[in-house]
Ligand binder design. Structure first.
Ligand SMILES: Cc1cc2nc3c(=O)[nH]c(=O)nc-3n(C[C@H](O)[C@H](O)[C@H](O)COP(=O)(O)OP(=O)(O)OC[C@H]3O[C@@H](n4cnc5c(N)ncnc54)[C@H](O)[C@@H]3O)c2cc1C
Length: 414
């Protein structure tokens, strides 16, 4: 595949841009692959990428029921950070954050990683104590992040009102090399690289059943026919419970809708990401000028991928005290995704009770930031049967009571 470069753009400009290759091929499924990944979101594609790039396994298919990146990968608010509390999480998310730093060069695809800094506000004494604890833990883990006081918060983000009557800003946890990336580009970049390695990305192909020989997976039934596989990776986020049921095991996850919205575009006014977890809202400004605003999950389980007005009202109302200027903005659009939540708010990267079948799920409201690291670690688990980064994230931890509790540290875990 032609490399993207300034020279290639100049050359194509002379030909009215008619000579570009398709970014990824659109093949029909073969009858058998060494590895099949279900779900062409960022995590599934990143897994396929690292299987090829690091482990030399390229007879791989990624099966997607819709269009690639059309699940949560294309619906999130793109926050990337790694200052989690527990050691296994910090290791995994920091690996991921560091991979984002070089992703555009690695994939030869501009994923617009913008390390603009992420600030998590403390607006209660309890929250302040929690973040100080995280800052100390991160120092021991080698994750760069620090506690800053209210005056520095105001300096970094002048549009903020730090003296709100109900929730004054007491300070914040500030990670300077955290930030955002263009979510679609992450999926497209991985897809292009996988296709270039000879892997098949098969869109519009829904998995409807999992075929087993005894306690081992042998293949899949899909809307485009039967596909055999040596190993199966299930990476379907909000649909994980359904795929697990097809394979014959149960997962400790719940699927709930999570929503976000954007305002009309305005001039640049905020060059960092702010998360206000007590009031439950977070905000950044996109390259187009829209204020990107995320809220909480629905309080009931569901599979609908759309927004709802009461949530928007709650989220915006919560943020207006700290950001009075947003009260004058009009909303442009809103949407939802289906996120898969575990009890300890940490992911599952695991072998399963079914032979040759692996599961990567439970990223809940915060898995975009983990995309490259998750793929890196899950590919290692699938190729070798173990990975240091996934060791603590097995699904047996729920039976053994070995939780990796991130629900307090992360609050809104984006
Ligand atoms: C509104 C919102 C805001 C968020 N904000 C952030 C944030 O700021 N930062 C952050 O880190 N995370 C955030 N997240 C979470 C993040 O988006 C997800 O954790 C992450 O994208 C999950 O990626 P994935 O590849 O596992 O899943 P997905 O991108 O959902 O991919 C799974 C794919 O599997 C496919 N699939 C499902 N069933 C089948 C089947 N039977 N056959 C074939 N294919 C199937 C789906 O169509 C889908 O494309 C947010 C999520 C939402 C919804």
């Amino acid at each position: 595949m032609t490399r993207y470069s300034a020279f290639a753009i100049a050359k194509q400009a002379m030909r009215h841009h008619m000579g570009w290759d398709r970014a990824w091929a659109s093949p029909s499924p073969k009858s058998h692959y060494d590895v099949v990944i279900v779900g062409a979101g960022g995590h599934g594609l990143a897994t396929a990428y690292w299987l090829g790039r690091k482990h030399g396994i390229t007879n791989v298919a990624v099966i997607e029921k819709g269009w690639l990146g059309g699940g949560n990968t294309g619906r999130n608010t793109t926050i990337i950070r790694s200052n989690y509390l527990q050691d296994p999480s910090a290791a995994l998310y920091e690996k991921s954050r560091s991979l984002f730093e070089t992703m555009s060069q690695d994939l030869n695809y501009n994923v617009m990683f913008s390390p603009r800094g992420v600030l998590m506000l403390a607006q209660t004494e309890h929250e302040k104590r929690g973040y100080l604890r995280t800052a100390h833990a991160n120092m021991l883990q080698g994750v760069e992040t620090r506690w800053i006081g209210p005056q520095e918060v105001k300096r970094i983000c002048p549009i903020m009102n730090i003296d709100g009557p109900r929730y004054p800003v007491l300070g914040g946890l500030w990670q300077e090399r955290a930030g955002t990336a263009r979510h679609d580009a992450v999926a497209w970049g991985y897809a292009r690289a996988c296709s270039d390695m000879g892997m098949d990305i098969i869109e519009q192909c829904e998995v409807t059943g999992v075929t087993r020989d005894g306690d081992k997976v042998t293949g899949l039934s899909t809307t485009r026919g039967e596909i055999g596989c040596g190993k199966l990776g299930i990476v379907v986020a909000g649909h994980s419970g359904r795929l697990a049921e097809m394979a014959g095991f149960r997962l400790p996850v719940e699927s709930v809708p999570l929503q976000a919205l954007v305002s009309e575009p305005i001039k640049p006014c905020m060059d960092i990401v702010v998360m206000a977890n007590t009031v439950h809202g977070y905000m950044s400004q996109s390259d187009k000028g829209e204020m990107v605003i995320g809220g909480g999950t629905d309080s009931f389980n569901g599979y609908h991928q759309r927004g709802s007005f009461h949530h928007i009202e709650e989220t915006v109302r919560a943020l207006v005290e700290t950001f009075p200027m947003i009260s004058r903005l009009k909303m442009l659009r809103h949407w939802g995704g289906i996120v898969d939540m575990t009890g300890d708010r940490s992911p599952i990267l695991s072998k399963t009770p079914v032979g040759n079948c692996f599961i990567n799920c439970g990223w809940g409201t915060g898995g975009f930031k983990a995309t490259p690291g998750s793929g890196w670690a899950f590919a290692e688990l699938m190729a070798k049967g173990h990975s240091p980064l996934t060791a603590e994230f097995g699904m047996e931890r729920f039976r053994e009571g070995r939780f990796i509790d991130e629900s307090v540290a992360a609050g809104v875990a984006h």
